[in-house]
Write a protein that binds this ligand. Structure first.
Ligand code: CA
Length: 226
């Protein structure tokens, strides 16, 4: 699936040029010309990256960066700020509120691609397609297969997504609500209890590896080999 890139830029020619460059490089561009449109565009499926113009009508880029980096479900989205040469101090402020990098206008498509690739490498050093293994429990995202100590494990698609999320987010506690956001998506209406049902199924499916899926009383669940 093509990576979704949200382009937030009020100057239409620049925005369209960026969208064109994204398409050329196999990305899926989504354009937003102002602050509100940008906020609207940050929804399921979440963008894999935001290219964010500094000066925006209806709110500055820094406000948007701040907002995205302060919310659990958008915090992980990398942001590259697009700034003008004269805004040296703003770049520092941008990085302070959590922008992952910045690029100074005017820039070449080649320069931008190099920056984007570097940021992607930094935020997700392992590819999403790479097989995962924890204590003999293996998950292959490409073939959709799970095995425990060499024997195949059968599980439903939701348990698979849940396990994949856990294996890529180890040693951190997630509330039921957070798991719903990450695994089911925020636009889906399901009750918290649903999470417990699927956790139970997942534990049953992985047998003795169920110790990896830990209940944290009063908070939620954690996946950990410790
Ligand atoms: Ca602008």
């Amino acid at each position: 699936m093509a990576r979704k890139i949200l382009i937030v830029e009020d100057e239409a020619p620049i925005r369209e040029m960026l969208a064109f460059v994204m398409e050329q490089h196999g990305y899926q561009p989504v354009e937003a010309g102002d602050f509100d449109k940008a906020l609207e565009a940050v929804c399921e499926p979440y963008p894999d990256m935001v290219l964010l113009d500094w000066m925006l009508p209806g709110g500055s880029g820094i406000q948007l960066a701040k907002q995205l980096k302060s919310q659990d479900h958008t915090r992980h989205i990398p942001i590259i700020m697009l700034t003008a040469r004269s805004e040296e101090e703003d770049k520092i402020r941008g990085l302070e509120v959590g922008a992952d990098d910045y690029i100074t206008k005017p820039f070449s498509p080649k320069e931008l691609m190099a920056r984007m690739r570097a940021v992607f490498r930094r935020v997700s050093p392992t590819s999403l397609d790479e097989p995962l293994e924890v204590d003999g429990l293996k998950l292959d995202p490409v073939s959709h297969r799970v095995s425990a100590n060499g024997s195949a494990v059968d599980m439903g698609p939701t348990e698979f997504r849940l396990l994949h999320f856990f294996m890529t987010h180890q040693d951190r506690v997630y509330s039921r609500e957070q798991l719903l956001d990450h695994v089911w998506g925020t636009n889906v209406f399901v009750e918290d209890r649903t999470v417990d049902v699927h956790i139970r199924r997942l534990r049953k499916a992985i047998g003795e590896h169920d110790r990896l899926v830990q209940t944290v009383r009063g908070v939620g669940y954690r996946f950990s080999a410790r």
